[in-house]
Design a protein around this ligand. Sequence first.
Ligand code: SF4
Ligand code: SF4
Ligand code: SF4
Length: 918
Amino acid sequence: MIVTINNKNYEAEAGQTILQVAKQNGIYIPTICHSPHLSDVGSCRMCLVEVENNHKLVVSCVTSVTDGMRILTDSKKVNETRKTVVDLLVSDHPMDCMTCEANGNCVLQDLAYEYGIKASTFGTKKFPRFEIKAQNEFIQLDPDKCVLCGKCVRTCKEIQMCNVLDFVNRGFETKVSPPFDEDLGGKDSSCVFCGQCVEMCPTGALTYISSKGKGRYYELKKTITICPYCGVGCQLELRTKDNKIIQVGSVYNENSPNPNGESCVKGRFGYDFVNHSDRLTDPLIKRNGHFEKVGWEEALDYVVEKLLNIKEKYGSDSISGLSSAKCTTEENYIMQKFMRAVIGTNSVDHCARLCHASTVVGLGMAFGSGAMTNSISEIEGSDVIFVIGSNPTENHPVIGSKIKRAKKNGTHLIVADPRKIELSEIADISLQQKPGTDVALINGMMNVIINEGLLDKKFIEERTEGFESFIKIIESYTPSKVSHITGVPADKIIEAAKMYGSAKKAAIYFAMGITQHKYGTNNVLSLTNLALLTGNVGFESTGVNPLRGQNNVQGACDVGALPDVYPGYQKVNDPKIKEKFENYWGVKLTDREGLTLTEMFEEAGKKIKALYIMGENPFLSDPDQDHVKKALKSLDFLIVQDIFLTETAQFADVVLPAASFAEKEGTFTNTERRIQRVRKAINSPGRAKADWEILASLANKMGYEMKYNSPSEIMDEIARVSKLYGGISYERLEKEGLQWPCPDSNHPGTKYLHKDGFSRGKGKFFPVEFTPPEKEADEKYNFILMTGRMLYHFHTGTMTRRSYPIDKHEPDSYVEINIEDARKLGIKGKDKVRITSRQGTIETYAKVGERVKPGQLFMPFHYAESPANKLTNRVYDSKAKIPELKITPVKLEKVEKRVSQREVLIDERFTSIRRQEQ
Ligand code: SF4
Ligand code: SF4
Ligand code: SF4
């Protein structure tokens, strides 16, 4: 259709609003309450335009164009009305722009300037009228500065799915508020401090409480980069001043996992660690039990001498390396190349071993590729989502919100988790299986699907193999038998099976509740069986989707920071592949598979004499802390390269100071295989260097030439040696979003895998029998402890515990206890309790409720002062060598004294942090 705007004709489509047509043709119409990321309400009246056909004023953001419509966006009538709107808003707004946090970044200020309003012709009210709410650590709400546009309300409801904010009161008393006029951190507020409402607010009504000092928007340097926390890989804008991160803003990019500018509290507020005074600034060598600061030359020469001596004395395989899912893909590439080409061993691994090793093995066996099959943007297109062993609203919050939104828009949701997690509360079907019984549960669902005839025979016949042997074992998993094993009522198993089996597009999402088990690989294979049985893989909005834990665990795996594969998952023991890499790297390589991370610690002091740890903290993250301690102490030589003197680094002989994510260039690959640019925003402290630079210097000193001028050159090399990344270059990444496989420079990347065939040819069924967990509760250790993550902290706490607002908000470790058990043991919420396993004892605080079932406990592992991994055991999956971190038999006791020395210490810690901040 044709519409006329300001006497010029434009093409438009039916259903488009006047505002959309104007915008796409570069015609300015002012707005306040409109955002392309939110529903339109047309409440502010700023976007009024005149329709010449009838001389009426209409609200352009909610009025659709019609054929022949003649619109004026700048007529006298329009401008006078808009001016009155601004005049009225100014009459109800304090004129304290000079001290307002939003000065220079305020839509009302811009409009008052545009329409020349110095003071309202309606007079100005007396301020303050409302109380400022700023009792939390993150966000201030000043209702006096609110223009009631409702963007924050809609953001919270439509994007974050939290429904925290709404309008309260009537008339001139109307304001935006959390429930009961509380602070955002009040006890009835469900705010999760994602900060998206602040980003959307057009005035200074919602602002950040910065722990790093003030900074007006216009004086802050902006750098778009990637969140350093979870595998979602949100794009973020670092706003910096004087080499400090002052704020983290939203990025609105369609080619990203968070196109609506989403973030969680960690991405938005967990950045103080970058500028923390604990940052390592110089290389350290331990002499007589004490670290001494030294220069780079001395430190590197020392490392080279030690490594060469150990290599000569015990052979290349006596040295092993831990790469890092926190470092860039380029740095992981250089680390594995260093271990393979310079040291001469394949013993290089990283923390994927502790989280998704069983995924990589299981998905590889069944599909031929160990990664998430589909994309984050496809979540909302599924008919059924099956979440099992994953708590996305805390561990992958932006994905959690998308699942909530899909559910609200009609997607059916099945959640299977031993704990009653947030998604269980909104699920159509919630199954609380006993820990370690996942295979039985999934086999039970498949038994129902087969009996109900819900299997996809055509898909099975054309695209799979191994069905006959698989189906034989499924027959015995009747719902009643499975109910007995899992504790899930038989009718719920049937209901869930029918729901999943009848869906046109069903997607599975899983995480460490599935993988961190002695039979983790079997758990994953059960899920691949389920997807193959129903033809739910190889299509949009379906698939088997592991949610990877760390920001770059996918990238670290992709470029071969694993002991059995070179970059691109090419086997080290395949002679042709070995020869190929020998030619690429100009050096002889070994075909002996290296040791896994867990094997390195078993062999420390025996086969392994030296360990090079880059950006990992195994003392807190690995199972059985006493064992890890003994292993670290038994090494002849330990190098730790990190940004802090971590608990692990304290055991080191040499510590090398590294740059943080904000101080270097590179890429991270997120959980959906999306390769994204990490950009330098500030300089590193002291003499800290990017990890790749340190490794390249060492290689050069050891006689192997590594001459790279920038990480972009490293990516070019990755593209040459691995087809998965064959078409990736920094030049392309600046312009487009790319997901691997991307084999050449014309390939657009791959949104979902296995479309025209599985990476291994046919999808393979594996008959998987249920086997009970290795260790179960007994008389002495009568609880089962599960460990995991929570919303506010991350991994070993190295970064979030040094981010002041986050740690202040969530300072204490805790254990979740069922109310019945708590009653029996006389334990109340916040009581101090002692947990003992066969491996050790720790103390922590009780959180009493119904999230866990009786007989079960859950504890996050982020707290050095209550290290959950002091308790966990070293039972490993035989194929993936992942530890069984989800099942540890323990006993629980109340500790009589309620206020502990630790609480006093926490107070002291915060006082000292506050002092540092001042
Ligand atoms: S910070 Fe997030 S959760 Fe809290 S009110 Fe704002 S949008 Fe809602
Ligand atoms: S607080 Fe900000 S975003 Fe929310 S209604 Fe007021 S002005 Fe709009
Ligand atoms: S969801 Fe993950 S990637 Fe996104 S901001 Fe939060 S921690 Fe960062």
